[in-house]
Design a protein around this ligand. Sequence first.
Ligand code: NDP
Length: 285
Amino acid sequence: MAVIISGKELSLQIRGEIGKESAEFEKKYGRLPGLAVIIVGENPASKVYVRNKHRACGECGMYSEVIELAEETTEEELLQVIDTLNERGDIDGILVQLPLPRHIKESVVINRISPEKDVDVFHPTNVGKLTTGNYTLAPCTPAGVIEMLVRSGVEIQGKKCVVVGRSNIVGKPLALLLLEKNGTVTICHSRTKNLKEECLEADILVAAIGKAKFITSDMVKPGAVVIDVGINRNEEGKLCGDVDYENVEPLCSYITPVPGGVGPMTITMLMKNTLLAAEERASKG
Ligand code: NDP
C-alpha cells in the first residue's frame, strides 16, 4: 500500500504558514501582499479557477482583486490594464487567466507583465532565471510537485526521475527543478521510443500528459513514487488523473490522488509566489 500524498492536507498546512507570514508582512510594511487576477471573457472553467484563486487569497490573508473584462476587450486595452497594475504599489502579483480569446496574443500579454510581478512565472526573463538556477519565483505546478515530494520526505538527490510531458507550463520546468534537486532526469513525450521501458526505470515518475489512465501498472517500477499532474474527465464525467490509480497505487511507495493532489498545491504555490514577490519588492523599498 502506498502512502497517499494529499495535496489538500499539505495545502491547508502551507496556507496556514503563508497566512502567518502575510500578517508579519503587514506588520512590517503596513499593507497586505496583493494579487490581481485578470479574466477576459466568459470561459466557465476559467471562472472557477479565478474564483478558487480569489478564495485562496482570503485563506492566506492576502489582498486580492479580480478584474473581469469583456470577451471583446482588445489586446491594447488589456495591455493598458496590465501597465496600470505594473505601476501599482499595492499589487505584488499579476496573473492573466489563460486561455485568452483568439484575437489576443498570449505571448504579447505575458511579456507585458513586469517580471517581478509575474507570479505564474511565464515571462521569458523568469524562465531564463529558472534555467540558470538564479530565481525567486518557480512556476506553480512544478513548485507544488517539488513541495509535495520534499514535505513527504521523498529524497530526490541521485534518484532516477522520469517526467512524461514537456509542456512549458509543467513538464519542462519540473524537469529543471528536479535536476536542481540533483535528480537524474529524463523527459518523455509523444515521440519517445520505448516509453514503457523509460517509465519502468523511474524511482520518481511524473505524469503530465492530459490523458486519462495513461500510466498503467505495467509502466511502474515496484516501490516507485508516482506523481499525477493530469486533470481529465473520465467517461462518467468524473475528474481523474493521467495514472490508472486503482491498479498503480498498490505497487508504489507514494502516490498523489486526483482530485486532491497536485491541483490544490498549484494554487497554494501561487499564494507563496505572491508572498515572495511582495517580500522581494518591499525589501527593495
Ligand atoms: P500539454 O498538452 O501542453 O502537454 C502534454 C504533454 O504530454 C506533451 O509534452 C505531449 O508530448 C505529451 N504526450 C501527449 N501524448 C503522449 C503520449 N501518447 N506519450 C507520451 N507523451 C505524450 O499539457 P500540460 O502540460 O499543460 O498539462 C498536462 C496535464 O496536466 C493536463 O491534464 C492538464 O490539465 C494538467 N494540468 C494540471 C495542473 C494542476 O494544477 N494539477 C496544472 C497544469 C496542467 P508532445 O510534446 O510530444 O506533444
